[in-house]
Ligand binder design. Structure first.
Ligand code: HEM
Ligand SMILES: *[C@@H]1O[C@H](CO)[C@@H](O)[C@H](O)[C@H]1NC(C)=O
Length: 148
């Protein structure tokens, strides 16, 4: 009799866990599906919106491709060490291992061609690119304002 009660209690305990798991997972999935995935073409000005202030989504461009770095909000979100990269083309900063604002192309200027980078800087940029490819999703491409 006692064993039956214990077995039932154990089963109930696991069932409770199972249901609370389902409950805690589902709303997250639903939320993910609700927020529309912005994909496609960006210009420096449209990318800028995704700097982590107005929208929880944080995007960053590297060598003409736009990565969704929202998962790295501690790096790129407001107050994070690399917040300058959020919503911007980070290529030059990554190449030169600097997050200084002055390395970012102003929003009203043509896209950075990166032509003047040294071989070492190119290598640094390429290895950062690989890091992002392995970690984040590519959601679009970066284009000049007039190119679109
Ligand atoms: C004081 C010097 C620095 C320290 C102590 C530092 C420290 C770190 C640490 C601990 C991480 C996390 C690694 C991980 O968990 O994956 C990281 C990532 C990173 N750091 Fe730095 N860092 C420094 C300088 C820089 C500079 C100058 C840049 C400019 C390009 C930079 C760009 C990045 C980027 C882009 C990431 C990757 C974040 C991601 O995976 O999304 N860091 N750094
Ligand atoms: C982020 O973008 C918004 C506009 O979407 C702007 O008001 C805000 O100043 C930007 N934040 C930073 C840190 O640049």
């Amino acid at each position: 009799m006692i064993t039956t009660v214990i077995i039932v209690l154990v089963i109930l305990y696991f069932l409770k866990d199972l249901f609370s798991d389902i409950r805690s997972v589902n709303p997250l999935d639903a939320a993910k599906q609700e927020s529309p995935v912005v994909e496609g073409k960006f210009t420096p000005k449209t990318l800028c919106k995704y700097n982590g202030s107005d929208d929880p989504k944080i995007f960053m461009a590297v060598k003409g491709r736009v990565f969704d770095v929202s998962q790295g909000a501690t790096f790129y979100g407001p107050g994070g060490p690399y917040e300058n990269f959020a919503g911007r083309d980070a290529s030059r900063g990554l190449a030169k291992n600097s997050f200084e604002l002055e390395l970012l192309t102003p929003l009203d200027q043509p896209l950075d061609t990166l032509e003047d980078l040294t071989p070492e800087e190119r290598e640094s940029l390429d290895s950062w690119e690989e890091h992002f490819e392995n970690k984040y999703k590519i959601i679009g491409t970066l284009h000049g304002e007039n190119e679109k």
